[in-house]
Design a protein around this ligand. Structure first.
Ligand SMILES: [Ca+2]
Length: 245
């Protein structure tokens, strides 16, 4: 009996680790299926996929103050629209953009006044006061520090979150691009840098992974501090609207 007990003691930690890894891999795979089904395991609908280069609007300007078109620079308008639809908004993308104009949310081609999204969709509230974990506002800058994973997971438990990535990760300056984050996958195995983030990317109009914007060269170029995960390095900011139902 003694050898059996010893063997059990030896392999138990390995089995626990194995089950933990399997659980995370199954969860990651499940979310790929949820994306296909357009809903997750709680029955919650995923935010709809919106393709900014859809032929019926790709060449139209989204702001009355700019000639920039949806296909050229409509990622934030499309990401917020997907979030609004998730929150209950029931108009078309073109009506969304038109109403953002009426609400004076744009300055030139930029959605400079995120608080003016609320008059267009009452369910999306931009809060300048601190509300996330008592330490962050709605505008989150991760360009000079790694992503607060605790904050990201907390916000994603409440709703999808608009996040910023570098559209051209091979070049050093951040080429601002917005996508809608849906579900975070913690590092697997635990303690590694191998995490992932399910997103809705308006550039492709699909559900995909944030690590499509991860540059493998970052692993060796000194821009990733030890222990910083791939998602932490990939996201450069967040725009957090509180969803009120
Ligand atoms: Ca770049």
């Amino acid at each position: 009996m003694i050898p059996t007990v010893s063997l059990k003691n030896d392999i138990e930690p390995l089995l626990i680790e194995l089950v933990d890894e399997l659980d995370k891999k199954v969860t990651a795979f499940a979310y790929k299926i949820y994306a296909l089904l357009d809903r997750d395991d709680t029955g919650e609908h995923l935010p709809p996929t919106i393709w900014q280069c859809e032929p019926s609007w790709r060449d139209k300007p989204y702001s009355q103050q700019s000639s920039l078109t949806f296909c050229q620079a409509g990622c934030l308008v499309c990401s917020t629209y997907s979030l609004a639809r998730w929150a209950g908004y029931d108009e078309t993308l073109l009506v969304w953009a038109w109403n953002l104009n009426l609400a004076e949310a744009f300055v030139g081609g930029e959605l400079k006044h995120p608080s003016r999204v609320e008059p267009v969709c009452n369910n999306l509230r931009w809060r300048y006061d601190k509300w996330l974990l008592g330490q962050e506002t709605s505008y989150v800058d991760w360009r000079r520090r790694p992503v607060d994973l605790e904050l990201l997971e907390y916000a994603l438990d409440l709703s999808p979150v608009v996040v910023e990535v570098d559209f051209k990760p091979l070049t050093r300056p951040v080429d601002q691009h917005f996508v809608l984050a849906i579900h975070y996958e913690p590092p697997c195995p635990e303690g590694s840098i191998e995490d992932d983030l399910l997103i809705m990317d308006s550039w492709t109009g699909t559900y995909t992974n944030a690590l499509t914007y991860f540059n493998p060269a970052w692993l060796d170029d000194g821009t990733m501090a030890p222990g910083v995960t791939k998602v932490q390095r990939t996201l450069t900011g967040a725009r957090v609207w509180e969803v009120v139902r």
